[in-house]
Write a protein that binds this ligand. Structure first.
Ligand SMILES: [Fe+2]
Ligand SMILES: [Fe+2]
Length: 451
């Protein structure tokens, strides 16, 4: 099947479903939509015994044909199906118009408790099968990096759906947001190490969504260390997650511009704080903190920054925490215009004397919290070996426990060696010491594997 026909088929499927949801089943538009779909499906099935339409992430793939990305209606449709655990739809030869009508009707019953495949069977539909993705439930007793990774991954996916909803002018699903905040809050309390290691990854290319989750996690970690807990901790996390949501209105060429923004472009960029506050204020169930933080997060301690000319006010504690998390995550991430910076370098940038951007007490606490070499960081030792930080020293941030994974010649070590850089030799000296953090990406290393 060529790309045009493949796209046409999926568009007709999406249109038929949309029609059924907008009009009564007997409405001529609905009938026409199903006719159009049926015609496209018959044509395709005349050429092949079956057609598989797969929804993977935001991509739609028909047989082996990948549809061009970015078509908004297709992205929405793909997401809609994916949200209902439908990963692929298979049509097989013999498919009738009645079966298609039944399929569309079954898809439009959104409140039914019966699983979709069972409803298709009940309707006698034999030439359509729905492949399902098994979503693993993460239970409380699962811990460790794998469980944290699942929670983090789900959070990033949910962040994307929240973003897309806001972008389409819809209200973000606060229920879904609360779920992921709960997961992250639990990690912050029970397994902060794993969560912080995940936020330190730079390999993700979907910066917008990982940034939302990272800022949320980093803000909750700070709040937790200030003894904020329970519902308030979650409100902080929620507000942090949504801090940049106003950027859904920022044109992509400004948002992703690799070079320095012009004055005009920067003025456009600045609008995201006000836009965000608007979006969040009109979303029901949104914590009251969220629009405040969105509005304030680029204001500095002396109220310079933006929005400009806002009169006198006292920045919210949550705002001050979020700005620290925000700048830290932005500096650490790989961006089109520069590589992510190492922790030590970020510390010095953020801590520059007299920098009014941050509350200095909160910043100091944050630096202590993150440690000099956080768990999951890749580091170079004085011996020229490369190691992954596996644990922090309880009092000395310069001397973590590490796992050595590359020798001085740059060869991978078969059996990674655990070393305490606080250990002394017989002469009372430290044989190993951490020299600097290194970026795992150019070395092709996934530090998490070693935790
Ligand atoms: Fe921002
Ligand atoms: Fe941000």
């Amino acid at each position: 099947m060529n790309q045009r026909k493949a796209e046409d088929l999926v568009r007709r499927l999406a249109a038929a479903l949309r029609g059924t949801e907008l009009y009564s089943p007997t409405h001529p538009l609905v009938q026409r939509g199903i006719d159009a779909l049926s015609a496209a499906a018959s044509e395709a099935l005349a050429a092949a015994p079956s057609i598989v339409i797969a929804f993977i992430g935001d991509e739609v793939i028909v047989d082996a044909v990948r549809l061009p990305r970015g078509a908004a209606t297709l992205v929405g449709f793909a997401r809609d199906l994916r949200e209902r655990d439908i990963e692929k739809v298979t049509f097989t030869r013999g498919l009738t118009r009645d079966e298609l009508r039944g399929l569309i009707a079954a898809l439009s019953e959104r409140t039914s408790q019966t699983p979709l495949p069972d409803r298709l069977t009940a309707r006698g539909i034999r030439h359509v099968t729905l492949g399902r993705v098994v979503i693993e439930e993460v239970s409380d007793d699962q811990t460790g990096i794998a469980a944290a990774q699942r929670i983090y991954g789900t959070a990033v996916e949910t962040a994307e759906t929240l973003w897309q909803a806001a972008k389409a002018g819809d209200q973000p699903d606060t229920g879904a947001a609360r779920k992921i905040i709960d997961g992250l809050a639990r990690l912050v309390t029970q397994d902060r190490t794993s969560l912080m290691a995940l936020t330190a990854l730079k390999k993700y290319d979907n910066y917008t969504f990982t940034h939302m989750v990272n800022v949320s996690a980093l803000a909750m970690a700070q709040a937790r260390a200030l003894n904020v807990d329970g519902a308030l901790l979650r409100e902080f996390g929620f507000a942090a997650l949504m801090h940049d949501i106003g950027k859904v209105h920022t044109p992509l060429e400004v948002l992703n511009k690799p070079d320095k923004l012009t004055k005009e472009e920067f003025d456009i960029m600045k609008r995201h704080v006000v836009d965000g506050a608007h979006i969040l204020r009109r979303t029901p169930e949104m914590p009251a903190l969220a629009p405040i933080v969105a509005f304030e997060h680029h204001l500095k301690q002396d109220l310079s920054g933006y929005p400009e000319k806002i009169g006198s006010r006292k920045l919210n504690l949550c705002t001050m925490i979020v700005s620290i998390a925000d700048v830290f995550d932005a500096l650490r991430s790989n961006r089109p215009y520069r590589q992510g910076l190492a922790t030590a370098r970020i510390r010095s940038i953020m801590g520059e004397q007299g920098n009014p951007a941050f509350n200095q007490t909160l910043l100091k606490r944050f630096v202590n919290l993150m440690g000099l070499f956080p768990v999951g960081n890749l580091v170079r030792l004085n011996t020229d070996e490369i190691a992954v930080v596996t644990a922090e020293h309880p009092t000395d941030p310069f001397r973590p426990q590490v796992k050595i994974i590359m020798d001085a010649k740059g060869d991978t070590v078969e059996e990674p060696l655990l070393a305490n850089t606080w250990d002394r030799d017989s002469k009372g000296e430290h044989p190993r010491a951490v020299v600097e953090a290194v970026d795992p990406e150019p070395l092709g290393i996934d530090p998490l594997k070693y935790l």
